[in-house]
Design a binder for this molecule. Structure first.
Ligand SMILES: Nc1ncnc2c1ncn2[C@@H]1O[C@H](COP(=O)(O)OP(=O)(O)OP(=O)(O)O)[C@@H](O)[C@H]1O
Ligand SMILES: [Mg+2]
Length: 210
């Protein structure tokens, strides 16, 4: 399955989450690779650095023609590029990563519009990142997702310093709570792809029965 993370807004957490959700799926037994389509090459450099750490990194960089159980595509914060459009079009699930701040709403809406234009609206979800429980901003996530124009994943990710360290130190540097949170989101993403394929199978079945 191909999972594209995007948002025209820089710094929303696309690269951090591509790497950490990828690592979570590796832990869950999937064969995972990351395709870095951002010319800044941040994900590439983080993974290379992780691979040098004593624990190594099971998450690999995607190779030309390689086949993987799950392929994460990290994208640049530039909606007008052909690479971002391609990454959206080829995805089984598109994850629009955003903070819960209303200040990010406009760029997230532009991103949702692009997703719509590329015909991927039915397989796209908002993932709220850097959520701080107990704050006013954390209360209205459903409303915010509605304004963005896409359904939101039920699970969200907190703002945690541990995530900042983990992109270089690897999965093993994370505590249980952080791991659990990443597993939940990663499995919800996988579940959304499975749900969609079963819907498609039912539609095909109904069509062939007619
Ligand atoms: N859940 C989180 N908790 C704490 N820090 C986070 C979290 N998610 C992202 N960050 C931090 O926010 C900053 C931006 O994250 P990241 O580079 O992943 O964003 P990006 O969307 O890939 O940015 P760009 O658009 O520039 O590629 C980084 O310093 C990262 O460590
Ligand atoms: Mg990035």
């Amino acid at each position: 399955m191909t999972i594209t993370l995007c948002n025209g807004k820089g710094g929303s957490g696309k690269t951090t989450l591509s790497v950490l959700l990828g690592a979570a799926l590796v832990e869950a037994g999937h064969q995972v690779a990351l395709l870095d389509t951002d010319p800044q090459n941040t994900a590439t450099r983080w993974i290379e650095e992780m691979q040098r750490s004593p624990d190594g990194a099971a998450l690999q960089l995607a190779k030309e023609g390689g086949e993987y159980g799950a392929l994460f595509i990290d994208t640049a914060p530039r909606l007008e590029t052909v690479e971002v459009r391609d990454a959206i079009r080829r995805a089984d699930v598109v994850v629009l990563v955003t903070s819960p701040s209303p200040a990010d709403l406009f760029t997230s809406r532009d991103t949702a519009q692009l997703i719509h234009n590329e015909g991927a609206k039915d397989r796209s979800f908002v993932l709220f990142n850097q959520v701080q429980p107990g704050t006013i901003l954390a209360r209205d996530l459903e409303d915010l997702a509605q304004r963005i124009g896409l359904p939101a994943f039920k699970n969200t990710l907190r703002r945690r310093q541990a995530y900042q360290h983990a992109v270089l130190l690897g999965w093993k540097s994370l505590g249980n709570e952080a791991r659990e949170e990443l597993f939940k989101v990663a499995l919800e993403i996988v579940g959304s792809v499975k749900q969609q394929s079963s819907k498609e199978r039912k539609t095909q079945h109904a069509a062939s029965a007619r």
